[in-house]
Every structure is written in C-alpha cells, then in structure tokens.
Design a protein around this ligand. Structure first.
Ligand code: FES
Ligand code: FES
Length: 187
C-alpha cells in the first residue's frame, strides 16, 4: 500500500505494509539515517522522532499509524551545518559519546523544551527518562539541556530572541545516569 505523510516539512509517499516500522521507512526509504535503532523494542528512545510534535519511539510505530501525519526527525533540527543551541550544548558539555542515543535525546529534549521551557533539572531528568545511554552518564546531558534553559531564559529577560543555531560540525566528548522506561508507541 502507498502511504502519504509529511516528513521534515516535505510531503512524502512511501510504500509498505501497514505494520512496517516507521523507523525502517525513515532510514531505508527516505535515507534519514540520523534516527538510530537501539533496542528495537520501545525501551531505549534512540529512535525518537516527533509525530505531530509529540516524541514517539519510531520502532514501535506502524506505517499505517503515521499516515497523513507530520513526522520530524533529527535531520530537521539543525539548519544545514548550523546546530541548534541544544545540539551545540550537547557537544560542548560532552553530552554525547558514541552518538547512538544522541539524536533521540536531541529530538526529545527539543520537544520537552518547547513544552516546558522553564523545566528544572529534576523535571528535565523526568522528561528525558525514556532516552537511555549506555556510554557515559546522564549528568552531562542534563547539564547541556539545563544550560539551554538558562540561556533562553536570560535571552528572554534581556528582550532578545532565544539563541538558536550556533556553529558548525560537532566533535564529541562523553556522558551517563538515570533513565528508565519507555515512551511507548505513537500518541
Ligand atoms: S530502538 Fe526504538 S526504543 Fe529503542
Ligand atoms: S549510547 Fe553512546 S553516547 Fe549514549
């Protein structure tokens, strides 16, 4: 069957059975390989994308469930080589190491900050609890996201637009921490 959906702002038509995983459609058909597969069972959050603005584990989303909806992947966060403030903070704070979990964290944190721009560290940990990292620690991830919260608040107080993209390509240091549970399937 043919399924129409919007991916990163562009209308796309893809082929596949209704139970085909959205993760596979994104990576194999649309070459959007920024979305990673970790567990493949809805537990790790590496495959997180946004559907109609909500973070979902794309390994659990059947193609039929994405029909007619708007999907946003990690590729849509940066503007070309320009990283968002969040992506830059993840790099600068060492919130990424092997990088398998990083796209999912960046996507989930982007949605979390849009919804709760004033989240404190504890709340940030809760919001990112569905994104697991086996390499380092969660502390540096939370440091990065908390830094963005603070910077955006400062920019708002100063009457300036929140800083968004910054510089260019990442080179990564390390991270690790809590994080449990899964986000489940699509909303
Ligand atoms: S690969 Fe989808 S939640 Fe782990
Ligand atoms: S799993 Fe390697 S950086 Fe998180």
């Amino acid at each position: 069957m043919k399924v129409s959906l919007v991916v990163n702002g562009a209308p796309r038509e893809v082929e596949g059975g209704p139970l085909r995983r959205l993760l596979d459609v994104l990576r194999e058909d649309l070459a959007l390989t920024g979305t990673k597969e970790g567990c493949g069972e809805g537990e790790c959050g590496a495959c997180t994308v946004l559907i109609d603005g909500e973070p979902v584990n794309s390994c659990l989303v059947p193609l039929a469930q994405a029909a007619g909806r708007e999907v946003r992947t990690v590729e849509a966060l940066a503007s070309g080589e320009l990283l968002t403030d969040l992506q830059e903070a993840l790099v600068r704070c060492g919130g990424t190491q092997c990088g398998i979990c990083t796209p999912g964290i960046a996507v989930c944190a982007t949605a979390a900050l849009a919804r709760e721009p004033g989240a404190d560290r504890l709340r940030l940990r809760e919001l990112l609890a569905g994104n697991l990292c086996r390499c380092t620690g969660y502390q540096l991830v939370i440091d990065a996201v908390a830094e963005v919260v603070a910077r955006r608040a400062d920019a708002t107080d100063a009457g300036a637009a929140p800083p968004l993209p910054a510089r260019t390509a990442p080179t990564a240091p390390g991270q690790a921490g809590p994080g449990v549970g899964s986000r489940g399937a699509a909303p």
